[in-house]
Structures are given as C-alpha cells and as structure tokens.
Design a protein around this ligand. Structure first.
Ligand code: PLP
Length: 265
C-alpha cells in the first residue's frame, strides 16, 4: 500500500469531458496525485458551448467537505466553476481554519463559447471570500479584465493584489502572437513571466488543466514557481496531442504523457 498527495477539487461537471472537474481529475491523476472531487455544479454543455448550469446545494457540499476532511489528509485544493455565491461562502468557511493548505483558484466566469458560468454575485463572492485565501489565482486575460475592471494586465493584477489576493498568474492563452506569455504577479516583487510557443487555436479545458496541474505540484511540495513551470510543461504536452471529441474546440489530451498512452488519431 502507498499514498499519493491528495488534491481536493471543487469544480463543475462538463459532460463533454473537456473542461471542468474531469479535466482536473485527469491532470491531477496524470501528475501522480489522488483527486478528491466535489462537484459544485452540473452543466449542460458540449464542446462548442455551455447552455445551462445548476448549482449543487451548498449544505450538501459542506457535508462532503467535512466528511472528507475528517478522514483524508488534504495536500492542496483547486477550485474551478463554483456554481453559486453560497457555495463560495461555504467553502471559504471550511478553509478558514485550513489556511496552511495551498489553494489554487481558477476564477471561471464564462465558457469559451460565451456561455455564463458565474453571475455577478458569484464573481463578487470569489473576490471577497476566496481570493484572499488563495496561494494563486489563474485568470485568463478576459477574466482578469472583468475581475479588476481594467484591460491592462499589470494594472489589473496589481488591483486584485491591492484588494488582498496574494498572487495572480495572468494566463495568455487567449491572446495572440507567436508566444503565450503567462505572468505571475506578487506583492512587492517583479513579475515573473514564462513564454510558451503558441500552437494556435483554442483548447477546451486548457485553463482547468493548468490550474489543476499547479495544485498537483503544490500538493507534491513544489514551490509556486516550480509548480507553475511543471504545470505549463504538462499543458503544452497535452495540447501537442489534441483530442477531437466533438464539433467544437479540441481537448488537451491529459493522458498523453502517461506511459502506454497511444497517440490520438
Ligand atoms: N469549468 C466548467 C464546468 C466549464 O464548463 C468550463 C468551460 O466550459 C470551464 C471550467 C473553463 O474551461 P477552460 O479551461 O476552457 O477555461
């Protein structure tokens, strides 16, 4: 018998299997950790867009969290689509006396197809209750601009930091140019940045995969910079062998780096 680091995941279910909690489970597993999945919402969705989402009752989530925490050590936590402001508040209460566990927050607001995954109340709850507890948040450019109300990446990140968010990894996957630039902003430090070759196109679930992979690294005891570096390598490998699932965006193949994985046809 042996143990793997445990990553608690609170995220939404995407039945297309491209994004959401399945992406997180696959990334965390491929990176050698054991996922503890708690579903925040169920979505109606294909590879093209999200057409609806229903949140799980916060009381049920609290029971799942308390039940798990009484039995299982938790080494890192990753959040994605949160379903409702009430779920965010319930999770923040659960985390209040577990501040030592690294928390990676992917502030999911919209699907790439434009479908909503968060209303204004939920966005405000994430900013107020979850961001201050996070090790890092991982917004893409669109999310970052909406969260801070500013288009400039640096200014937007500084604004969130001044509001109490400890670190912002601004991801550049939705931008243009030959390189994807991901930038990590922290208080009183120069930004660190990573330039990754852009493969072109959009990949359903790449943001989830990146954030979950960072959480896996943190669960394994890596420092934040190393966890981000390794997570970017994992996402790049997954995107290098994209899976065609439906008519919409291809899906990063989180199984691509597993021994014995056959290349996608
Ligand atoms: N979580 C859920 C449940 C989703 O449906 C989506 C997108 O559709 C996301 C998260 C975010 O996906 P991405 O990683 O493509 O930003």
């Amino acid at each position: 018998m042996y143990q793997r680091p445990h990553v608690l995941i609170v995220a939404g279910l995407d039945p297309s299997g491209g994004a959401g909690i399945q992406a997180d489970i696959q990334a965390v597993t491929a990176l050698g950790c054991h996922p503890l999945p708690v579903v925040s919402c169920l979505t109606v969705q294909d590879t093209c867009n999200v057409y609806g989402a229903d949140a799980i009752a916060p009381e049920l989530i609290v029971r799942q969290l308390e039940c798990l925490a009484a039995d299982v050590p938790i080494h890192a936590i990753k959040t994605g689509a949160m379903g409702s402001a009430a779920i965010v508040e319930a999770l923040a209460r659960f985390l209040a006396d577990r501040r030592e566990i690294p928390l990676v927050v992917d502030p999911v607001i919209k699907a790439a197809g434009g479908g909503d995954l968060a209303d204004d109340e939920l966005v405000e709850a994430m900013k107020q209750y979850l961001f201050p507890l996070a090790d890092v948040i991982t917004p893409n450019g669109i999310e970052l601009a909406q969260l801070a109300g500013l288009d400039d990446i640096g200014q937007a990140a500084e604004t969130l930091i001044s509001q109490g968010c400890p670190a912002v990894l601004a991801t550049g996957g939705h931008g243009t140019g030959p390189k994807i630039i991901n930038q990590l902003f922290r208080p009183a430090q120069d930004a660190s940045s990573w330039a990754i070759t852009r493969r072109g196109g959009e990949y359903h679930g790449s943001g989830c995969t990146l954030a979950a992979s960072i959480a896996a690294g943190r669960a394994k005891g890596l420092d934040l910079d190393t966890a981000i570096n390794e997570a970017q390598r994992f996402v790049a490998t997954a995107i290098d062998s994209p899976l065609k699932v439906g008519r919409g965006q291809p899906v990063p193949d989180r199984a691509a780096s597993l021994p014995g994985a056959t290349p996608a046809q």
